[in-house]
Design a protein. Sequence first.
Length: 311
Amino acid sequence: MGEGDESAIRVFDRRMVRRHRERAAQARTGHDFLWREVAERLVDRLADTTRRFPDALDLGCHDGTLAKALAASGDAKVERLVACDLAPAMAARAGGLAVVADEELLPFAPMSFDLVLSNLSLHWVNDLPGALIQARLALKPDGLFLAALLGGETLFELRAALIEAESEVEGGVSPRISPFADVRDAGSLLQRAGFALPVVDRDEIAVTYPDALALMRDLRNMGETNAVAARRRGFTRRATLLRAAAIYAQRFARPDGRVNATFQAIYLTGWAPHETQQKPLRPGSARARLADALGTEDHSAGDKATPRRGR
């Protein structure tokens, strides 16, 4: 890929993503609620399959939250789990078999894993189709890919408040909330990456905070603050933050005074292709006639069909 192509897809500053995760790794516990919640939902989805996975990869492991959720479930489907994260401090906190690796440039040999899991990490990659392709190549034939990433409706409340506040206080607007993936495009991304039997679903996780400033502190301690490459450099003005908090309270406060924050999780499921998997039938190759299924008789074009009487 040429230099021009790389710049065209450089949405995020990956060095800043790493820096944010390094800082989050040093934060006190108690800010990982979102990782834990989504990890449990991923484990629930994994429980739906009867397969066992001798070798699995935790792609973007954070502090090992997904490994803890797997252990807590008591399900022994996964025998060996290799954890990797962009930030060395996060990989160190994950413990076990952990390596430092970039989701955009995986160091693993093809067909290394039976399962690739990813918990709220892939929404920070610049080339999501490319990252999905690498994940698929790392899978053995008929291996499973199961991931969760933040979707486009995430933090719509904060986005609206920040845009209005910055426009009022600073006379302009800069990107402050990441351009998350659109659930409508997720299935086609899996297909483009070469996955078979792709499935996409989503859910929303509603959280309440005392105010918008508490939400922003939580995002900082999770390493989920702004890393958009085109962001305005420097600290946000205090007046802008206070105005955003006021707008947030006006629009999204609950009767008890707390404010709502919405996180949308998109779940991606796909399988590395294998000859034993189900495949769509070729046109005209169906063994059952549609007329039989509908309880009617076949007629040539222009004839009127007469329904069969029930017996």
